[in-house]
Design a protein around this ligand. Structure first.
Ligand code: EPU
Length: 451
């Protein structure tokens, strides 16, 4: 028996209640922000996932004392003794996450130099870092690329600047925020990403003493300050995980209440969910668990019976339909009557996972053209970034290998919706972003065990 191969016995509707905690894509960045403070920071509701462990390890290497707080999910980060780490130690984390790139600005401010290992993250396309590097250079950083990684210095300090991103990249916007808050002078960032996780990071930085103004039309202005202090913060809930479970409810004809899910951040998803024929209710549930007794909000998602409707969709930056909602939802769309279209406009290679769904009986064809929406950056190039999904299809069990985090969860959902027993290889990858998913699956009545 390993903890990497799961036998999933499909065909049972998922039913019950689970809870999501702080968003992976905010928590990891808020942890990096703690490095900028001169006093300790506390984050609440931190999920136990691999990406958090990676950032915790990197903070530790740089002298930040990270400890668990009193409550479950509470993390205390003390940056009073920030210090340089050796490249060998840092390189242990090479390939494990994309987050190290965000250490550049904070380390340059705290130590005057930074070393960034080879990055990891999901294999969903080339995932370049040119916007990050260009921005850092404009702040005054000098980047020296070596075979072992990137060494950065700022011989004349970091200075505010005017920047415009070629595309509203989440990571590059975070890079600019984390660098500009302590750079000398004012920074104006145009074409910034405005995802809820970015707004929450701005809240964290403001709590630390940063002065950041969000203007209309994706313009963010940051007034650099000399010092920042620690923060206490409860992150926004994980809207990607919440949508993943919603898609699982739809694909398995079940009903899942996701405690902690927040309507405001999921409006676009909820509209699509309704158009497909799913139903939802914003709930206030009475909860009792260690340390918490009371009412907690959430969203209950269910399949009302009958047939689902096909839809035409495209992924986009906020407030559009998130690219990370795409893969789990496509599994549900294999059960809808008619032709659905999914045009992926954020990543050029994020539809490869559909091959596994076809192997299970789905009928999904991928195209290089921009189908069903506005022409995007990937049109007329060699990227298969549009999918046509014909349904409904009866899914049957198969042996599946998990390629990346979100596609991996969609494989799990497909196995749960399929007739028979599937073997899902590489499930450990799901621990990167879904806390305790095995226990959540069993709480929802899924039949699955490690083999
Ligand atoms: N891009 C560039 N150059 C850059 C940076 C980005 O060309 O220097 C391109 C990317 O190749 C991509 C697009 O810009 O085509 C958007 O990438 P972005 O920078 O917005 O993505 P990211 O910051 O690397 C975060 C999340 C992703 C999520 C995207 C989009 C984290 C750790 N990751 O990635 O989440 O899909 O934003 O919302 O926050 C996940 O959680 O599974 C995940 C992949």
């Amino acid at each position: 028996m390993t903890d990497d191969v799961l036998a999933v016995h499909g065909g049972t509707p998922l039913q019950g209640q689970i809870r999501v905690r702080g968003a992976k894509n905010l928590v990891s960045k808020a942890m990096v922000a703690a490095l900028l403070g001169e006093t300790p920071s506390t984050l609440y509701d931190v999920p136990r996932i691999r990406d958090v462990e990676v950032v915790r390890g990197l903070l530790g290497l740089h002298g930040v004392k990270v400890s668990d707080g009193v409550d479950d999910g509470e993390l205390v980060m003390d940056p009073t003794n920030v210090e340089s780490a050796s490249t060998d130690e840092i390189n242990v984390h090479a390939g494990s996450s994309r987050i190290p790139i965000l250490f550049c600005g904070p380390l340059l401010h705290r130590l005057g130099h930074a070393f960034i290992p080879d990055l990891g993250g999901c294999h969903i396309g080339p995932r370049p870092i040119d916007f990050h590097m260009q921005a850092l250079r404009e702040f005054g950083a000098v980047v020296d690329k070596t075979p072992e990684g990137m060494h950065l210095t700022a011989p004349n300090g970091l200075h505010g600047t005017k920047l415009e991103l070629p595309y509203p990249s989440v990571g590059a916007t975070e890079q600019v925020l984390l660098t500009a808050v302590r750079a000398e002078g004012v920074t104006e960032l145009r074409n910034a990403a405005i995802e809820p996780e970015i707004m929450d990071l701005i809240c964290v930085l403001q709590k630390m003493g940063a002065i950041i103004t969000v203007h209309t039309d994706r313009v963010i202005e940051i007034q650099g300050v000399k010092k920042l202090h620690g923060y206490k913060h409860k992150p926004i809930p994980d809207r990607i995980e919440a949508a993943s479970w919603a898609a699982a409810a739809l694909a398995t004809r079940g009903e899942i209440e996701v405690l902690g899910a927040q309507q405001a951040d999921m409006m676009t998803f909820l509209n699509v969910f309704t158009n497909i024929g799913g139903e939802f209710e914003i709930t206030d549930a009475r909860v009792t668990r260690p340390g918490v007794t009371g009412v907690e909000g959430g969203i209950k998602f269910w399949h009302p019976g009958g047939e689902l409707n096909a839809v035409a969709l495209e992924t986009d930056v906020h407030p559009g339909f998130m690219t990370d909602w795409q893969q789990p939802l496509v599994v549900a769309l294999t059960q809808a009557r008619g032709l659905s279209i999914m045009h992926e406009t954020v990543y050029e290679q994020r539809l490869g996972y559909t091959e596994a769904l076809n192997q299970m009986g789905a009928t999904i064809q991928v195209y290089r053209d921009c189908l069903g929406g506005t022409p995007c950056r990937f049109g007329r190039r060699n990227f298969k970034h549009s999918a046509v999904i014909a349904g409904p299809s009866k899914l049957h069990a198969a042996d599946l290998v998990i390629p990346d985090l979100r596609a991996g969860f969609s494989h799990l959902i497909a196995a749960l919706a399929a007739e028979g027993t599937s073997r899902v290889y590489g499930v450990d990858l799901i621990n990167r972003g879904y806390e305790d998913f095995e226990n959540k699956l069993s709480a929802l009545g899924a039949h699955a065990e490690y083999v």
